[in-house]
Write a protein that binds this ligand. Structure first.
Ligand code: PAZ
Length: 284
């Protein structure tokens, strides 16, 4: 994991080199919640960081400088498709040969955009929260040119330091866990960390009936610009843009496009870029 002071100085330099660009600050992947101070067990979630990694690629293609704050070992832009690389390698004499479709282009893109993406990694909920604050502090002066894209699946519950056992919990009797409600960092992001940025949060549900009411309630509560609502099972083909004072906007990827390998993030980032442009025009 990158040390926070390295993040600060590296990010400072990165932003100086990209001072004429819009900045997309993406969070991606799930947070881990330790159950013991000397951690053996933890709570985690399903997120592999696909949404964040694919979105980063489209933000880069759209001209943004990208800060990619991701769960350690979750998917990263361009390399994300090649997790099974070893299965496709062949040995020809002294050479290792790989014929995977798209690999050469992905390596090229990775190089092309390397000066325009800055990586920050996290693992636990605590690390997520402190890195989020640090990054926000560094990008604050970009004002409305910053688009915050909170795609990470952040735990809503955690074990406080006071109630967390120091050592591995014994397994000779049933275990009752007391989980506390995690602070809602979006509140700090919107009101104190980057009050002039365009803030997009995601709302994930499994019950369709709760999706839009919960997204609308989050907007009402935190007063940020946009909630992108998605259902776990259909998240790769359907999302809903929910804004205050506007009708909900459904974005879908047709089954044909999906079968051809298209990704809904392209549509999401297209629309989001327009909304960000309008926001900048009205806030400068
Ligand atoms: O990581 P992934 O691509 O599998 O999933 C993306 C997602 C469902 C985590 C994201 O779209 C999302 O909804 N994030 C916010 C989750 C929440 O805290 O409500």
């Amino acid at each position: 994991m990158t040390l926070l002071k390295d993040v600060e100085s590296g990010l400072h330099e990165f932003l100086k080199n990209n001072s004429t660009r819009r900045v997309a600050f993406i969070t991606s992947g799930g947070t881990q919640v330790p159950l013991e101070k000397n951690m053996v067990r933890f709570i985690d979630n399903f997120s592999m960081g696909t949404r964040g990694a694919v979105s980063a690629e489209f933000f880069l293609r759209g001209g943004y400088a990208v800060i990619f704050m991701h769960r350690e070992d979750s998917l990263k832009p361009f390399s994300r498709r090649f997790n099974n690389l070893f299965d496709s390698l062949e040995i020809a004499g002294d050479e290792v040969v790989c014929q995977l479709p798209g690999l050469k282009e992905a390596v090229q893109d990775h190089r092309t955009y390397s000066d325009r993406i800055f990586y920050v990694s996290f693992k636990t909920l605590d690390q997520y929260m402190s890195s989020l604050e640090k990054v926000c502090n560094e990008v604050k002066h970009f004002g409305s040119l910053v688009l915050v894209y909170l795609a990470a699946a952040v735990s809503d519950f955690y074990v406080t330091q006071e109630t967390m056992p120091t050592h591995k919990m014994s397994s000779d009797k049933d275990l009752s866990l007391r989980l506390s409600l995690a602070p809602k960092v979006i509140e700090r992001v919107v009101n104190s960390y980057v009050p002039h940025a365009f803030v997009t949060s995601f709302k994930l549900e499994t019950d369709e009936g709760k999706l839009i009411p919960k997204a609308a309630a989050a907007l009402e509560k935190y007063k940020h610009q946009l909630v992108i609502a998605n259902i776990l099972e259909s998240r790769k083909r359907r999302v809903v843009f929910v804004q205050r004072n506007a009708d909900a906007e459904v974005i879908t990827l047709s089954p044909e496009k999906l079968a051809q390998g298209a990704e809904i993030e392209e549509l999401i980032i297209d629309r989001l870029t327009q909304l960000h442009e309008d926001f900048i025009a009205h806030n400068n």
